[in-house]
Design a protein around this ligand. Structure first.
Ligand SMILES: [Fe+2]
Ligand SMILES: [Fe+2]
Length: 159
């Protein structure tokens, strides 16, 4: 399995959650609580955790093109923006509707860049052995933040 495979699968669930947020007209406490949990633990700790601590960490040591290096910097910055939005949403210190709008705006282009302009061209810098090792390392993260919990959450919200 290629190391971007599981990341792309996670992107699809994040997109579905963004879809839920787009459709909701009323933002209640339950939705805020679930949004904070989903984006903090699934999108950030699990998904960005794999990207930053496993994939990007290795790529940092490689002699990638300036273009790819620039994209990676931007991706990391966007992860930080996502974290800040969730922090505000949890603290309830800004307008929740606006924060949700910011999330809806942040994620789709971020995912699009990773899926279409970043993951694939990066693979040439990683040996088969490194790629395999990364997929093994993912498993530790997956155990801490189980996919099934968040998949269920999104499915319930879609209903
Ligand atoms: Fe990302
Ligand atoms: Fe991603």
């Amino acid at each position: 399995m290629k190391p971007y495979g599981p990341l792309m699968v996670e992107h699809r669930l994040i997109e579905r959650m963004v879809g839920v947020l787009k459709k909701r007209k009323k933002i209640d406490d339950d939705l805020i609580k679930k949004t904070v949990d989903f984006f903090r633990n699934y999108a950030d700790n699990r998904h960005h955790g794999k990207e930053e601590k496993i994939l990007f960490k290795r790529l940092e040591k490689k002699d990638m093109t300036p273009g790819l290096k620039k994209i990676m910097k931007r991706l990391i910055k966007e992860h930080e923006q996502g974290r800040a939005i969730i922090k505000s949403l949890e603290k309830n210190d800004k307008d929740a509707k606006k924060l949700i709008k910011d999330l809806i705006k942040l994620y789709p282009p971020h995912i699009d860049t990773e899926d279409n302009d970043f993951f694939l061209p990066c693979m040439q810098y990683l040996s088969e052995k490194e790629q395999k090792k990364m997929v093994d390392e993912y498993k530790k993260v997956d155990k801490k933040y189980p996919e099934s919990k968040y998949r269920k959450m999104v499915e319930q919200l879609i209903k």
